[in-house]
Ligand binder design. Structure first.
Ligand code: SAH
Length: 219
C-alpha cells in the first residue's frame, strides 16, 4: 500500500471507531475527542493488536482485559470530569482508560495489583508523552490515602459493594463510578455522588468486569 492508501485506511478505521462509540451512547464531545486522540492500538500488544479498533474487550497480560471502548466512553462520560480535576482510577490494566482520563483531567492517579501491568502501562504513557498520569502498584481497594481526596474516582474492576476507603477519599461534590456485583454474575455500573449529607446512588447499566481482588499480585 502507498502512503495515501495507508492514511485513507486509518481515517476510515477512525471514523468507524467513533461511529460505533456514538451509536452505543457516547455522545459527549470532549470524551469523543479524547478517544479520537488516544490510539487504542498502542495499548493492545501482540496477537490481538489488529482488533484494537473493534468495540470489544481484549485480553492483556496477567490474565486481565482491556475494556470495551464504548464502556470506557460511557464510564468517562458519567464521571463528568472538569479540567482542574484530580482523578483516581483503580485497575490500570493496559493503561488505556487512564490515558483517556488524562486528556480531560489535570492529573490522573492509577493503581493496579499487577506490577507488570503498571510497568508496561508506564512505558506506553511515556511513548505517547502522557505526562499527567502517575501509576502505582498496589491494592487499589484501599485507594491512595496520601493523595486523597479526589474529585473523581473510577473503579474498573467489579466489587461486591463500593469500597468504603474509596468512598471516604471522594470530595464532597465528587463522583465515583464503579461496577458492583458478584464475580461473573451480572454487574451494575453505579454512579455515586458524595453530597454534604452523604451519598446518592444511580444505576447506569449492566456491565461485565474482572473482579476486584484484595492484595498485591505476585507479578
Ligand atoms: N482500566 C483497564 C482495564 C482494567 S481490567 C484498561 O483500561 O485497560 C481490571 C484491572 O483491575 C486488572 O488489571 C486487575 O489487575 C486490576 N485489579 C483487580 N483488583 C485490584 C485491586 N484490588 N487493586 C488494584 N487493581 C486491581
Amino acid at each position: 500500500m502507498n502512503d495515501d492508501a495507508v492514511e485513507h485506511d486509518k481515517a476510515e478505521r477512525q471514523m468507524r471507531f467513533l461511529y460505533s462509540l456514538r451509536s452505543r451512547g457516547v455522545t459527549d464531545g470532549r470524551v469523543l475527542t479524547a478517544m479520537e486522540k488516544v490510539d487504542r492500538g498502542a495499548f493492545v500488544k501482540g496477537l490481538f493488536s489488529e482488533r484494537a479498533y473493534e468495540d470489544t474487550p481484549l485480553p492483556i497480560a496477567c490474565g486481565q482485559t482491556i475494556s470495551q471502548p464504548s464502556v470506557v466512553g460511557l464510564m468517562t462520560q458519567a464521571l463528568a470530569i472538569a479540567p482542574r480535576d484530580r482523578v483516581l482510577e483503580i485497575g490500570t490494566g493496559s493503561g488505556y482508560q487512564a490515558a483517556i482520563l488524562s486528556q480531560l483531567a489535570r492529573r490522573v492517579y492509577t493503581i493496579d495489583r499487577h506490577r507488570r501491568l503498571v510497568r508496561e502501562a508506564e512505558e506506553t504513557f511515556r511513548s505517547l508523552n502522557l505526562s499527567n498520569i502517575t501509576a502505582f502498584a498496589g491494592d487499589g481497594s484501599h485507594g491512595l490515602p496520601d493523595q486523597a481526596p479526589f474529585d473523581r474516582i473510577l473503579v474498573t474492576a467489579a466489587a461486591e459493594d463500593p469500597p468504603g476507603p474509596l468512598m471516604a477519599q471522594l470530595k464532597i461534590g465528587g463522583i465515583m463510578v464503579v461496577p458492583v456485583g458478584q464475580t461473573d454474575a451480572v454487574q451494575t455500573l453505579i454512579k455515586v455522588l458524595r453530597t454534604e449529607d452523604g451519598f446518592e446512588y444511580e444505576e447506569l447499566r449492566s456491565v461485565r468486569f474482572v473482579p476486584l481482588i484484595e492484595g498485591v499480585a505476585t507479578e
